[in-house]
Design a protein around this ligand. Structure first.
Ligand code: FAD
Ligand code: SF4
Length: 617
């Protein structure tokens, strides 16, 4: 048996499966073999799984495994991409995979070549020879994610259809053979949804985007990601409501209905699209707007199957103006921050709006975990900030925000603070702020326009300064990256959402989402306390995530996060114990308080009208 490198094995097991290596979000280019082969096996995420599979003795060396190892060029792109969100550098795993294969070949090991069976032949007749596999190594890369409540489940076949007709034919074949099937976008839901012991339909070959500017829509096939669509929309001066960047647009719509900080103005669920095309579970094609079709705009307060396989969504496009910028409004307390965010919603001021906690702010701004931890501590301790209201808006909206509150961090100040972060967190600077004894709170002082030159002189903000925080080998890459204006542009970052996966940099994040009435502070506190108590009782790391007002501040969506090391059985056990405590508590609260609803009930009903689940009449 070839040798397993334990460090590489540990790194491979930590892969979060958020599929960020499947999008070119840092303009580094993509892992070269991925877009050619399409199977996740040929992306860095897949190769991490292959190494873990070998290390755990779950897969043999197969033809596809050799091909995946050989097609890695050791270009290093995945180091930059993965470090940006998780702090990991996967090329050590890629090196270890290649070493394993080399040793295997030297020892003249026997390569497994899966036989072509009847089902494989039929699937190949539908989609073509290259787009279906029963190779055990490929199947393993479609078997698992960090979801702590289920074990690995390899499918029997993975198929990549290229058209709606092929999707329908695969579904009909699966039904005829009595084989279960699962639909996979990019697997970024990490809730164990995309696994089956039958056929996985990976939608990644369906990648067409067609803009219809007269109708303010983009027709998007099932393999297109939010990042890709947002990039294309941006090029045309437009915007979509995008959530996770690596999520497929269609998968996200079906799964959560796509909520984001922009849901303040763009809404969620059926607000996001004009129509959608589906293949139902019998292999028939229908559109949601078909008068005679099934009614998926309705909502049932229970866990429901999805309408079928979405092959195309006609996504709404929104206008954007060229004077949009972001602002952060610091607050000491949650209630005042929520009140402010709700008021923005009520008064229709701003576009994206969210109340963020110290953990989110620190993770978003810091390219490194140690720096993030320091900032998370410094925000309340040195600056007196526990929460910030994030808002994007045009010049008129920003003017209104400034008139509503004394202290704001505008785009320029945020750029200084981000690029000078390592200096900001030096004890001498923090002590200086801490020792200030004026009438203002420290963050108010920091936000004063006349302080700007002092801040600039003290922090020496520059791509070089921020880059001090990252490992030496990655510094040239980060220097170039932070020289790009979008890396400190709150509007760009929030539209493309490339920093949100950093929430899980230290540990995998288990997110709970709850719709609630934001005008009821007692309800918000009951929810936060409930999540905190269950986490504490089970020894789970936990934190407030964000709260975004919706529908003119009448409703809001709140995220509360649990953090676990998904590779540690004891931590997985903790979640297994916590979950049964959370469900009945949240259900009872929802029955008592109008407007409270766990997102778990929206899963797979993302096409419904938001009014049908936000209000109960
Ligand atoms: C760090 C992080 C942050 C997140 N933040 C947000 C957020 O702010 N807002 C938000 O809305 N979501 C958020 N999510 C959730 C995530 O965006 C969604 O779960 C999304 O569906 C993932 O897209 P995917 O293509 O990877 O879907 P997958 O994980 O592949 O699939 C998700 C579900 O949808 C089904 N599915 C996928 N494609 C299709 C299709 N074409 N037709 C029918 N069903 C399909 C799958 O069977 C599965 O049940 C977050 C996830 C992570 C990891
Ligand atoms: S080093 Fe290998 S796995 Fe990483 S991006 Fe380059 S080719 Fe892909």
């Amino acid at each position: 048996m070839p040798r397993i490198d334990n460090e590489a094995r540990a790194t491979a097991a930590q892969c979060r499966h958020y599929a960020m290596c499947k999008i070119d979000y840092l303009a580094t280019g993509l892992c070269p073999s991925g877009p050619e082969k399409h199977f996740v096996t040929y992306y860095p995420q897949g190769r991490m799984d292959l190494y873990r599979g070998l290390a755990e003795g779950r897969i043999p060396v197969t033809e596809a495994l050799l091909d995946a190892a050989d097609t890695c060029t050791m270009c290093g792109i995945c180091d930059a991409q993965c470090h940006f969100v998780t702090g990991m550098q996967p090329t050590s795993v890629m090196r270890a995979l290649k070493d394993y294969v080399e040793e295997f070949r030297r020892a003249k090991g026997e390569v497994v070549r899966p036989a072509e069976d009847q089902v494989l032949r039929k699937l190949r007749e539908i989609v073509g020879r290259d787009w279906v596999s029963n190779d055990p190594a490929v199947l393993w890369t479609y078997a698992d994610d960090p979801f702590p409540l289920a074990g690995p489940q390899p499918p029997r076949y993975v198929v990549l259809p290229g058209t709606t007709e092929e999707v329908a034919a695969v579904v009909r074949l699966a039904n005829a053979l009595n084989l279960p099937f699962a639909i996979r976008g990019n697997g970024g839901s990490v809730f164990g949804f995309v696994f089956t012991d039958g056929i996985v339909l990976d939608m990644n070959r369906m990648r067409a985007i067609a803009f219809d500017l007269d109708n303010w829509t983009a027709a998007v096939e099932a393999g297109v990601t939010s990042f890709e669509l947002q990039q294309e929309a941006c090029r045309r001066g437009l915007r979509i409501n995008a959530a996770e960047p690596a999520a497929t647009v269609c998968g996200n719509l079906v799964c959560t209905g796509t909520f984001s900080t922009w849901s303040n103005v763009y809404g969620t669920a059926a607000d996001n699209f004009v129509d959608m095309e589906f293949v139902d579970r019998d292999g028939r094609v229908f559109r949601l707007n078909d008068k005679q079709g099934p009614n998926h705009f309705a909502f049932a307060h229970r866990v429901e199957p999805s309408p079928g396989i979405c092959t195309k969504a006609f996504v709404k496009l929104h206008p954007a103006t060229d004077d949009e910028e972001g602002l952060l409004v610091p607050f000491e307390g949650l209630d005042e921050a929520v009140r402010f965010a709700r008021e923005l919603g009520q008064r229709r001021i701003g576009l994206a709006v969210a109340v963020l906690g110290a953990h989110y702010i620190a993770a978003f701004l810091s390219p490194d975990e140690t720096l993030a931890q320091k900032l998370k501590a410094a925000l309340p301790e040195a600056l007196g900030v526990n929460f910030m209201v994030f808002v994007t808006g045009d010049q008129y909206a920003r003017e209104a925000v400034r008139r509503m509150t004394p202290a704001v961090i505008d785009a320029d100040l945020l750029r200084l603070l981000t690029l000078g972060l390592p200096r900001l967190l030096e004890p001498r600077w923090l002590n200086l702020i801490g020792e200030y004894e004026g009438r203002e709170r420290p963050y108010e002082l920091l936000c004063r326009p006349e302080m700007r030159p002092i801040v600039e002189a003290a922090l020496q903000p520059s791509p070089e300064t921020i880059t001090e925080a990252v490992p030496e080998g990655l510094r040239p890459f980060y220097r170039d990256l932070y020289a790009r204006p979008e890396m400190t542009d709150m509007v760009w970052l929030n539209m493309h959402r490339i920093v949100s996966a950093r929430m899980s940099r230290r540990k995998h994040m288990f997110a709970f989402l709850v719709y609630l009435p934001p005008d009821k502070p007692a309800v918000i506190h009951e929810i936060l306390d409930g999540f905190a108590q269950v986490a504490e009782a089970n020894g789970i790391d936990h934190d407030f995530g964000f709260l975004t007002p919706m529908d003119f501040g009448k409703r809001a969506i709140l995220e509360y996060d649990y953090y676990i090391d998904h590779t540690n059985p004891a931590e997985r056990e903790k979640i297994a114990k916590a979950m049964p405590e959370l469900d009945p508590w949240l259900d009872a609260l929802a029955a008592r308080v109008p407007g409270v609803l766990s997102l778990k009930y929206v899963f797979s009903q993302g096409c419904s009208r938001k009014e049908n689940f936000l209000y109960q009449v």
